[in-house]
Design a protein around this ligand. Sequence first.
Ligand code: SF4
Length: 442
Amino acid sequence: MKTFHLVSLGCPKNLVDSEVVFGQLEYNGWQGVEQPENANLLVVNTCGFIQSAVEESIEEIFQLAVYKQQDPRKKLAVIGCLVQRYMKRLESEIPEVDLFVGTEGVKDIHFSLNQLFRDDDFEKTVIPEPFLMTAAMPRRLSTPFFRAWLKITEGCNNHCSYCLIPGIRGRLRSRSIEDLVAEAKKLEAQGVKEVSLVAQDLTAYGMDVYHARRLVELLEQLLARTAISWIRLMYLYPSGINDQLLDLVSQQPRIVPYLDIPLQHVSDHILKDMNRRYGYGDVVQLIDKLRNKLPNIALRTTFLLGFPGETDADVQQLVDFIEAVQFDHLGVFSYANEEGCPAEKFNDQIPEEVKQARLETVLDVQSKISARKLQKYVGTVESVIIEGLSRETDLLLEGRTRYQAPEIDGCVLINEGNASPGDILDVEITEAHMYDLVGRIV
Ligand code: SF4
């Protein structure tokens, strides 16, 4: 029996690739196994856009290489962003690996991997031409059966000066509306009730193939041609958000009242140097519009601290902004001076300890905001999707409200009532903590 063990690293977009790799291998006679020791083939789908991700990927590769040392008949393949970033350079640096396949190798991955066990003479690094997954490709979900990521585009044309993704994932490529509806229907037929739309920039959907923003049309088709209960929007580029989109979200309860809008910063000179196509004024206007059109919207954002040239005044402006806006969820990262990104050569690089201090300042401000904001749910009855038994104790169930995204936000701990994973039901919120809620099934 041809068996494989697949490790997936990085973001939800990379996880979708892993799910397609898994589906392709199964479809072509391979069997996935939980334990690497039971696999003929060891595969790591890597992340590589910042140094910490590169290190995590290399560590995972070496962990799997141990199984190959113990049984030399095993093969080790490394795929994904690390390969796309470093290409053939990896061959000499990690000789333990039998095959390297770039991000675009997902389509024909089974051919590349079968070769490993058939031929002795083959290209050790395979960097195929750009491809776009389709609904026709077999995909084995790795998320719980009732939720899934729907990757609507690949690549990005925004070229933020701190980001390597356009160089790794290539130019923006949008899947067709027909293909995405077909995949959403497949997911629905598998029992999926919550679909989170992901991309590098969701608002850019269609700009390449339809020469216009078509996210609204896509959502209208998904709403009209599936009965999926919850549709969630992740990675919205601020200046790509238009009135049509906000009106649709305000009118359509199946599009959950939750928007993830990575702002990265609010200081005009920093945003300009980041090559972000908006300024402080635009951001304030956007938040005002959001608050007017969608008063109970849950807002998630991301900020990047320590970008070259950032001053204490810039950080104070950001803190004032965060206190004024009161985001429901906020992620913070410190700028990594990545080899090959435009900002690598910028002057006024910030020392690591200063970056860390600024990160902690913002996290501290947000933790207080989060705790205060969650209080507003106490006494309300919220629609909750059940994830299953709590990760903390079998005595509690765990779920999420429409205002909590999978895997990155807090959850609802349920201490009264019974339900099964995937159920969407009413929960009375009885307590609120820093990031999580507590409730009982009504
Ligand atoms: S929008 Fe900017 S940060 Fe996001 S993937 Fe594109 S280039 Fe990178």
